[in-house]
Design a protein around this ligand. Structure first.
Ligand code: GLN
Length: 379
């Protein structure tokens, strides 16, 4: 009899809903991934790297050229330079970087504050390493509630996990939120894990409030990024972590025995592709147009959309349509109406009893969005 380390964990909702979408032929607005092709220049760069023979292990922390390119980009955007030698590590995706950061610093019995709804890998990863997830909730309108977070800080708090732009809520943290986080962490040795994988998907001209902007935060932070979200390559599973040298040293001790190093030809391609800022500068307006198209179409539906400030996710309230709980409602929407979505309850330790929310991914071709809207308006 196997003694499970994660007895209450099943298969992730993303896998469940994408599988359901495939089974019943539903339009898949569930798991977050684009359905359009990537830039041909980028795939050509990967092919060229393979043809040039870059097919063996990359250095453990990442290709020097890519780490350099990352440092340059981060400095350009946030005005602070991480040392590519010691403070930048290329990972096999954001989830792997989060796993590694938690594994590197969370000891058995340590408390880790997680703000629900939270991306589904956070809590199980903390538990795997013997940590104790301490869950609080976002406040009204899915906004960060600094008082709620501050109230659960104890001498055993090892880490606070934040996420902006937020998956699944689609809200962002702003300067005022970051200042409240600085205040609550001052005088503690709490490590911050700032999940910023949707860094370029911030809309309406708002700045991305990165932890990197704030010396009091970045000095104690792992900041996690993803190439998949920016360059429409989620299947490549490529991301990176930034942290001050002391933290990054611990991160790499785990990383080297977890994945050792990330995909070599893709690292070569990304290093070249990142040199051209327009390759990421065009992302906010590209996705903002998709957000707006989806919102315009859905205005004719019975769903009530929540504000979407960032990410490629739109959450919507269906309480005027049904009081059914969200997992079964999402299943029915997929089977009977032909659109797969993500229910919000799996992102909570204890979902709010009266909450009726679904998440829609709008990283889709306009034709996909229009077809989904038409179906959703029939509900
Ligand atoms: N980040 C993606 C989402 O939120 C899912 C990634 C995954 O399936 N692990 O939909």
């Amino acid at each position: 009899m196997i003694k499970s380390k994660l007895p209450h964990v099943g298969t992730t909702i993303f896998t469940v809903m994408s599988k359901l979408a495939a089974e019943c032929g539903a339009i898949n607005l569930s798991q977050g991934f684009p359905d359009f092709p990537i830039d041909a220049k980028l795939s050509e760069l990967v092919n060229a790297a393979m043809r040039a023979g870059h097919n063996q292990y990359a250095p453990m922390p990442g290709l020097p050229a890519l780490r350099e390119a990352i440092s340059n980009k981060v400095e350009r955007l946030y005005g602070f330079r991480y040392d590519p030698e010691a403070e930048v590590t290329v990972a096999s995706g954001g989830t792997q970087a989060i796993f590694t950061a938690i594994g590197a610093v969370v000891h058995p019995g340590d408390e880790v504050i997680i703000v629900d709804p939270a991306y589904d890998c956070y809590s199980p990863t903390v538990e795997l390493f013997g940590g104790k997830p301490v869950h609080v909730r976002l406040g009204d309108d899915m906004k960060f509630d600094a008082e709620a977070v501050k109230a659960v800080i104890t001498p055993r708090t090892r880490m606070l996990m934040i996420n902006t732009p937020h998956n699944p809520a689609g809200t962002i943290l702003r300067d005022a939120d970051m200042r409240r986080i600085i205040d609550m962490l001052r005088g503690t040795d709490i490590i911050l894990l700032s999940d910023e994988v949707y860094e370029h998907l911030v809309f309406d001209g708002e700045p991305h409030a990165s932890a990197i902007n704030y010396p009091e935060l970045r000095d104690r932070a792992f900041v996690i990024f993803s190439f998949g979200k920016v360059f429409h390559t989620t299947g490549w599973k490529m991301g990176y972590a930034l942290a001050p040298k002391e933290l990054m040293t611990e991160f790499r001790k785990v990383h080297q025995f977890n994945v050792f190093s990330a995909n070599t030809p893709i690292q070569h391609a990304l290093a070249a592709y990142m040199m051209e800022p327009s390759n990421y500068e065009s992302v906010p307006s590209f996705y903002q147009a998709k957000r707006d198209r989806f919102a315009r179409g859905m205005a004719k539906s019975r769903f009530k959309l929540l504000p979407c400030e960032g990410s490629y996710f739109q959450t919507a309230d269906y309480s005027t349509i049904s009081q059914e709980e969200d997992r079964s409602f999402a299943e029915r929407v997929a089977r009977e109406f032909g659109v797969a979505t993500i229910p919000l309850s799996p992102f909570y330790m204890e979902p709010p009893a009266d909450q009726r929310l679904l998440r829609f991914c709008f990283a889709k071709q306009d034709t996909t969005l229009d077809a989904a809207i038409e179906k959703l308006c029939r509900i």
